[in-house]
Ligand binder design. Sequence first.
Ligand SMILES: NC(=O)c1ccc[n+]([C@@H]2O[C@H](COP(=O)([O-])OP(=O)(O)OC[C@H]3O[C@@H](n4cnc5c(N)ncnc54)[C@H](O)[C@@H]3O)[C@@H](O)[C@H]2O)c1
Length: 263
Amino acid sequence: MSDHNNEFQNRPVAVLGAASGIGRATALAFASRGARVAALDVNTDSLEGFADTLRDTGASEALTATADVRDSSMLNAVLKQTATGLGGLDHLIFTSGILRVGALADMAEEEFDDVFAVNMRGFWIAARAALPHLQSGPDRRKSITALSSAAAIRPKASSGAYAASKAALSHLVRVLAVELASSAITVNAIAPATVDTPMTQPFMGESNANHGYRLSGTSPMGRIAQPEDIAEACLFLSAQASVYITGITMPVDGGSTAAMPRS
Ligand SMILES: NC(=O)c1ccc[n+]([C@@H]2O[C@H](COP(=O)([O-])OP(=O)(O)OC[C@H]3O[C@@H](n4cnc5c(N)ncnc54)[C@H](O)[C@@H]3O)[C@@H](O)[C@H]2O)c1
């Protein structure tokens, strides 16, 4: 068996949604493996100083840039600038996402549209913007990994738009995987249940301001996922070890969607 321990050393990786939570942990995980990392996010303030943190963690190159996944011309420019800055692009990790809660009967149209614009359409235009850069450069392991959700597999009341946007994202992943199969770029999604991040923290504990929304919470494994658990899965789906895996949505949920737990 070959040794893949250093396989991300000097490899150019762009993480969209890197200012927080799972994206931030994933950018740090690639940095700790010596990758060249671009941390991209709409939240410019939270990217402040992050390039230094990435370098301190081990990144062989690091940059940050403002990127709004609702804006295709901005994404085209940022991905081009990223590929120039990193000397290519081997892996795109799409973690940008928003959660809006509320019953479908009550949700405002603007909120519904925002959820789809970021979670689903954002993935499509980000992947499209990254493609010319993934397809050029050396012939080696290339991949796109997106954050879907357990909600794509098992939707919940009071987050209908979110669940539908993630199911649609998982479908885009399947189709893109097949469309890119001949160019050997794998395309996959990860489906976590509850992960301890700023997205879910407002919903932890008892609250009557949650509009009926309930987190999946503690998994059958007895704990809530940490962002690092999901970052490891992003590394795996970018690694040589997963070269023949494409078009899947992989649950990384401690068994949360596997079966109903014992009472
Ligand atoms: N936390 C969970 O329990 C959980 C569970 C399943 C799936 N997910 C998914 O994982 C991904 C990461 O979530 P997280 O928990 O780290 O949330 P988070 O809120 O901590 O991070 C999401 C990031 O996406 C960025 N973002 C939002 N809108 C954007 C836009 N228009 N353009 C660019 N970036 C934008 C935010 O600025 C933020 O940095 C999301 O897609 C989320 O839906 C999270």
